[in-house]
Design a protein around this ligand. Structure first.
Ligand SMILES: Nc1nc2c(ncn2[C@@H]2O[C@H](COP(=O)(O)OP(=O)(O)OP(=O)(O)O)[C@@H](O)[C@H]2O)c(=O)[nH]1
Length: 403
């Protein structure tokens, strides 16, 4: 199963791009990428960061890509997290990952809503290294994930966290600070809670001592050996989706009119849920959704027909119904090329499938409208940047007269 998934994720064309500490892209075929060395060290980039929490935008690009940084001490598990969540690497394979010695950047844009860049940093970043332009990096950042190895002594990690957070906050106070208390698979439930409480207290005490209590840190218990890492990443990504309240509202309306107990909107490739209704999420429900997506994709890989472009065995016809022992039904339906709606409902509610399907039709239409607005915004941005570009291309900066 994991092999198929791996291919599926990789075929999406997620590129691995590496940058050294100074931002030198050593990938030859990446020359025409907007974010290569020139842009990375170019002061112009600052002017592209006008979108604050949304992340950094190249001055000439139409797309805003929130930047998510993965930081933490060596061997804390940063690269493993990235590989497991976005490359479908099986957790055991991460044992053979080599230490990262340069910044690795990856674009994640396999979903209509989920577009961001992940920057995986080497364990020990020297903020005082003059070649490391941390101001420029933090200025364009939407979320900073700091990974702490919970199986190791975390005193050093906590002082590193404090240094990183305070530096980043000074540059960009809009960054979301997310702390992953990682590798909790080796801990008992009591031990997990105890660690979380201790780390939470120490990290916040350090901030209070530095008179920076206004900095908010969010904590998550994570492991690559279960779904906790996907759930934590989902929450990090959701904070970067400006349409989130609209999506949540649509889901609330949909479930309350259809007798559905819980609904998630999933990015199928990464299994990140980009929105859910307002009732609380429990881990087991989330795990069942992930398993259902795996089943649908695996069966489609074996029996489905891939389109002309090949690769994605997921289309308009994709849907699945799974009846659980507990008289609960799981219902999955395609929403867009990349998104799936996964719902939980009682068997008796599922008898009104016609009503559910009609409501789903309305829900899908509403989602498409949200997309259209997004596309319109992107188009107008593109137009604006094209104008800006042509203005800069003229020798004295005066606008060109259209022929
Ligand atoms: N038990 C356990 N081990 C993990 C987990 N995540 C990562 N590891 C292991 O931790 C080790 C280090 O993982 P890496 O992903 O290379 O760590 P890193 O933070 O990227 O390390 P650098 O590149 O040196 O900064 C590997 O052997 C992983 O298998 C986890 O959730 N649980």
């Amino acid at each position: 199963m994991s092999q198929d998934n791996k291919k599926y994720g990789e075929e999406e064309g997620e590129e691995d791009k590496s940058l050294t500490m100074t931002g030198v892209d050593d990938d030859d075929d990446d020359d025409d990428d907007d974010d290569d060395l020139d842009t990375f060290t170019d002061g112009d980039l600052d002017s592209g960061c006008e979108d604050g929490v949304l992340g950094c935008r190249d001055p000439f690009s139409s797309e805003v890509k929130p930047r998510i940084l993965l930081m933490g001490l060596r061997r804390s598990g940063k690269s493993s997290i990235q590989k497991v969540v976005f490359h479908k690497m099986s957790p055991n394979e991460t044992l053979f990952l080599e230490s990262t010695n340069k910044i690795c950047r990856e674009d994640v844009s396999n979903s209509s809503f989920v577009h961001f860049q992940i920057w995986d940093f080497p364990g020990q970043i020297d903020f005082f290294d003059p070649t490391f332009d941390y101001e420029m990096i933090f200025r364009g950042t939407g979320a900073l994930i700091f990974v702490i190895d919970s199986q190791d002594d975390y005193v050093e990690a906590l002082s590193r966290l404090h240094l990183t957070v305070t530096r980043a906050y000074k540059v960009n106070p809009d960054i979301n600070f997310e702390v992953f208390i990682h590798k909790v698979d080796g801990l008992s439930d009591d031990h997990k809670i105890e660690k979380q409480r201790d780390i939470h207290k120490r990290a916040n005490d350090d901030l209070v001592d530095a008179a920076l209590e206004r900095i908010h840190l969010s904590f998550y218990l994570t492991s690559i050996y279960d779904h906790s890492i996907f759930e934590a990443f989902s929450k990090v990504v959701q904070k970067l989706i400006p349409q989130l309240p609209t999506l949540e509202n649509l889901l609330n309306i949909f479930i309350s009119n259809s007798g559905i107990e819980k609904a998630f909107l999933f990015d199928v490739v990464s299994k990140i849920y980009i929105a859910t209704d307002s009732s609380p999420v429990d881990m087991q429900t989330y795990e069942l959704c992930c398993d259902m997506i795996d089943v649908v994709i695996d069966i489609s890989c074996i029996y489905g027909v891939t389109g002309d472009e090949g690769g994605i065995p997921y289309d308009k016809e994709s849907m699945a119904i799974i009846r659980l022992n507990s008289t609960t039904v799981m219902y999955l339906k395609e929403v867009t090329k990349f998104l799936a709606l996964v719902c939980f409902l009682r068997e008796e509610s599922f008898e009104r499938k016609g009503l559910i399907d009609y409501n789903f039709h309305c829900f899908r239409k509403a989602i498409q409208e949200v997309f259209e607005v997004r596309l319109k915004v992107l188009r107008s941005r593109k137009l604006l940047s094209q104008r800006r570009r042509s203005r800069q291309a003229t020798p004295n900066g005066t606008p060109r007269v259209p022929s």
